[in-house]
Design a protein around this ligand. Structure first.
Ligand code: UDP
Length: 334
């Protein structure tokens, strides 16, 4: 029997890379995206596309009814800006957390019992030890992380009661684009370090502001663990296979287990682009832990995950290629 995968939020940054990899693997893919933050042009032409909100249960019932071969859901459909979540917590709990409740209700109704979920290092808050293990305390310091932790917990109890099995993938810092430059990162507004660094390199912004150089790290700037969306995509596919093999619900960190400071990212970007990239130290942004590095041996061991992009220069090269060919991203938002 043929099986297909429903990808929610498949027009977003990581979702679109996952759809692309699934299609390359000849998997049948159905995409749902509201296009509030996603981009229609990011979705592979070989995937079936529905525009709509996952919290709209009649719409979701229709998607499942029209695609009876769906046996697993990959769920990327959420808001993800920490700073915005601090100002508008209810927007995050409504869209992300309530969205999960509505989704699981419909999955239960239609009998689809597998879900792979985009979780985040933000569920850990300020870690006590480094690198961060999956069993470490989860104590978010912003509503974004809290909304995602609540989603993990909702899945846990729904597994116990209804047998919906889940894999929560806790991403660290995602950066890079498809090496051919055809899909990449496009947020509006852009708040992430690497795309902003490249906008400065391209002359679209005057200078980079480095938020804080008095952190408890070797050079005083925050240290983060960068992972490429191509590798994240593969982890999602492995996670679906893991659930299809009948394994139990689980959570996995996804990172490279290597940390780069904000200054090191700037230096590497100067090397890759050959541009000067003016930068200045600015006040702390608030809500940034000193260091976030993943212990990701669990994903390697249990899922068989083998990240290909283990070199920050290579990651930046792919992002730069995307940026040079798409200086205004998908250019689809007014
Ligand atoms: N950052 C910065 N300047 C910027 C954007 C980000 O110094 O214009 C820093 C930010 O304070 C953090 C790191 O870059 O230390 C990564 O931030 P990003 O928003 O990319 O990802 P996050 O760690 O919040 O998921």
């Amino acid at each position: 029997i043929s099986m297909s995968i429903l990808v929610l939020g498949g027009a977003g940054y990581i979702g679109s890379h996952t759809v692309d990899r699934l299609v390359e693997n000849k998997t049948e893919v159905i995409v749902v995206d509201s296009l509030v933050t996603g981009h229609r042009a990011a979705v592979s032409k070989d995937a079936k596309f529905y525009q709509g909100d996952i919290a709209d249960q009649d719409f979701m019932r229709k998607v499942f009814a029209e695609n009876p071969t769906i046996d697993a859901v990959i769920h990327f459909a959420a808001f993800s800006l920490v700073a915005e979540s601090m100002k508008k917590p209810l927007k995050y709990f409504d869209n992300n957390t309530t969205g999960m409740v509505k989704l699981l209700e419909v999955m239960n109704e239609v009998g689809v019992k597998k879900i792979v979920f985009s979780s985040t290092a933000a569920t850990y808050g300020i870690p006590e030890t480094m690198p961060i293990k999956e069993t470490d305390l989860q104590k978010p310091i912003n509503p974004y992380g809290e909304s995602k932790l609540a989603m993990e917990k909702i899945m846990h109890w729904t597994d116990l009661a209804n047998g919906i099995k889940f894999v929560a993938l806790r991403y660290f810092n995602v950066a890079g684009a498809k090496p051919d430059g055809s899909i990449g990162e496009d947020h509006n507004p852009e708040t992430h370090l690497l795309p902003i660094v490249l906008q400065v390199a391209a002359g679209q912004r005057e200078k980079l502001q480095i938020f804080g150089d008095d952190y408890n790290t070797p050079d005083g700037t925050n240290v983060r663990d960068y992972v490429h969306p191509f590798d994240l995509a593969d982890a999602h596919i492995l996670a679906v296979n893991y659930l299809r093999e009948g394994n139990d619900s689980a959570a996995f960190n996804l990172g490279s287990s290597t940390g780069f400071s904000n200054m090191e990212i700037l230096k590497a970007a100067r090397e890759v682009t050959g541009k000067k990239i003016p930068a200045q130290i600015a006040p702390r942004r608030g809500g940034d832990p000193d260091t976030l590095i993943a212990a990701s041996d669990k994903a390697r061991k249990i899922l068989g995950w083998k990240p290909q992009f283990d070199d920050i220069h290579k990651i930046i090269e792919t992002a730069w290629k995307w940026h040079e060919t798409h200086p205004n991203g998908y250019d689809d938002k007014k």
